[in-house]
Every structure is written in structure tokens, then in C-alpha cells.
Design a protein around this ligand. Structure first.
Ligand SMILES: Nc1ncnc2c1ncn2[C@@H]1O[C@H](COP(=O)(O)OP(=O)(O)OP(=O)(O)O)[C@@H](O)[C@H]1O
Ligand SMILES: [Mg+2]
Length: 270
């Protein structure tokens, strides 16, 4: 095992993040927090899950500790490990343990990517025991009331194999996210990129058309994030066609046929 020390992604968010609610997700998340219930966010890429977590952490005035999960993520990566320092074994808390000790919000992004044995470590933390066994250290850390566990995943491209185990998912209050309706999404694009309302609406219409290409083999249509990126390029003087090509078409697919279909959509709209 290499002697690696991971940088922990921890933020205390002081400035109110821009987050436009699409329903009563803020009230539900606050009620979950007050009842010490863990939260699962599901939804497609670029629909606002991370932004929502930043907003929630700001609103609850808790530090936000984010872990991007991947298939190599071990229990030690989450909980912690001994590292050798000047010949001595020194304990290093992982991001999950640190979040529990601090009473922070821990956000496990794309949790289904993590190995199954890793996911199990959150079980006693995600039910009413609210405790984390730090086995290597022989310690049981009890979470303070302020600690909140949140996880996210994208059900769109999940295979059955990668689904969460029922015993894991049935510990969470689940909030489903999706792209908001046209008006709201256009407001987000306008605010985040500085294009005018008319252009924001056209970009959202383009996104809706691309989201209809699922049956033709496009796994996911253009996300709010991509629209914002296209808008930002336009604000920097890139012409509409080029901005849509590099921020939307090329970002969505390498398939020449699908690219052709996407380009036609752009031409028909602008
Ligand atoms: N409801 C919203 N209010 C404000 N901004 C939003 C909202 N939804 C999306 N956005 C914008 O879209 C961008 C992408 O959203 P975000 O990064 O939160 O997506 P995500 O759901 O976490 O995606 P991924 O699953 O790929 O991580 C944000 O940076 C923000 O600019
Ligand atoms: Mg995210």
C-alpha cells in the first residue's frame, strides 16, 4: 500500500450559491437534516445536484466534504489509514471520518461507482445508530446531530450490476432531480452565462431536442451545464454555430450520424 495522503475536498461556503429551486427540495432536505436522516440525490448529469449540495451546506452553515466515488475507492480511502511518518505510524482520518468528527455534510458523489464492500461502511452511519466503525483504529465514532450523509447517483446510465443494494438505498430519503421546465432552465442559463433571455430560451429548446435523441442512441441529452458552457462561449464572442458545435454537439457524441442530427437541430433553431 503506497504511503499516500489524500487532499480532502472540504469547503465552508460563506457566499450564498446561486440555486434556483425546482420544487420543494430545499424544505425536504432541511427536514431530513433536522431529523438526522441521510439524503440520496438522483438525476442526470449537469442538472444541479452538486449546486444544490453547495446551497444546502451554505444554508445549514455546515462545511461540505465531497468525495468523488470510483471503482477503486476503498474503505480506507473513506475512513482513513495509518501512514508512516518519520518511522512512526500516524493515523490519518479519511474524508468520511473527518466529516463525522466535524459534524459536516459528507457528499459521496456517484456513490454506485464505489465498490460494494466500501458502500457497506456507511450502513451504521446511515441508520439511526449514526456511528462509524473505524476498525483499523479500534474506534467507534458517533456522529453529532450536525453531521449529514448525502450521496448522489445518476440512474440514467446505471447497469443492474451497478445499482445500489436495497439495504443501502433504503436507508436514505431520496430526492429525484431532473432538468427544470423550459422557463426555469432558461433563467438558470441566462443567470449563469450572461446570454439574453431569448438566446437562453433557444438553447433550452435545443437541449429539449437533444434529450429526444435517447432512442437514437444518445445516452443523455444536453445538460443545463452544457447550455451554460455554450452561453459562456457566446458571451466571449464565439459565434452561435461554433459555440453549439464545441459545447454541445462534440461534447455529446463522437458518432458522425448523431453529430449530423445535432447540427441540423442547431441550424433549424438559429
Ligand atoms: N437549479 C439550479 N440553480 C442554479 N444553477 C443550476 C441549477 N441547476 C443547474 N445549475 C447550473 O448547472 C451547472 C451544473 O450543475 P451541477 O454541477 O450541480 O450538476 P450535477 O447534477 O452535479 O451533475 P453531475 O452528475 O455531472 O455531477 C451548475 O454549475 C449550475 O451552473
Ligand atoms: Mg455533480
Amino acid at each position: 500500500m503506497p504511503d499516500r495522503e489524500h487532499r480532502i475536498d472540504e469547503h465552508l461556503i460563506l457566499e450564498k450559491p446561486y440555486y434556483l429551486p425546482t420544487g420543494n427540495e430545499i424544505e425536504i432536505a432541511e427536514a431530513a437534516y433536522l431529523n438526522r436522516l441521510p439524503l440520496l440525490l438522483k438525476g442526470p448529469t449537469g442538472c444541479g445536484k452538486t449546486r444544490f449540495m453547495q446551497y444546502l451546506a451554505w444554508k445549514l452553515r455546515r462545511p461540505l466534504i465531497t468525495v468523488s466515488c470510483h471503482d477503486d475507492l476503498s474503505t480506507s480511502d473513506l475512513v482513513g489509514r495509518f501512514l508512516i511518518r518519520s518511522g512512526e505510524a500516524v493515523w490519518n482520518d479519511g474524508p468520511l471520518t473527518l466529516a463525522v468528527r466535524k459534524g459536516a455534510i459528507c457528499y459521496l458523489d456517484e456513490v454506485v461507482e464505489a465498490r460494494k464492500d466500501t458502500t457497506v461502511v456507511i450502513h451504521p452511519l446511515a441508520d439511526d445508530r449514526r456511528e462509524l466503525p473505524v476498525e483499523k483504529k479500534g474506534e467507534l465514532v458517533t456522529a453529532p446531530d450536525e453531521f449529514m450523509l448525502t450521496v448522489s447517483y445518476n440512474p440514467g446510465y446505471q447497469s443492474v450490476l451497478k445499482d445500489l443494494k436495497p439495504s443501502t438505498r433504503q436507508r436514505f430519503v431520496a430526492l429525484s432531480f431532473n432538468y427544470p421546465d423550459i422557463e426555469l432552465e432558461a433563467r438558470i442559463v441566462e443567470t449563469e452565462s450572461c446570454v439574453d433571455k431569448k438566446m437562453a430560451l433557444s438553447l433550452v429548446k435545443l437541449a429539449h431536442m437533444t434529450r429526444g435523441l435517447k432512442d437514437s442512441g444518445l445516452p443523455e441529452g444536453a445538460s443545463t451545464r452544457l447550455l451554460i458552457q455554450a452561453g459562456k462561449l457566446m458571451c466571449s464572442g464565439i459565434n452561435i454555430q461554433d459555440a453549439c458545435r464545441v459545447a454541445v454537439t462534440e461534447a455529446l457524441t463522437d458518432d458522425p450520424e448523431l453529430q449530423g442530427a445535432l447540427e441540423e437541430m442547431v441550424t433549424s433553431l438559429f
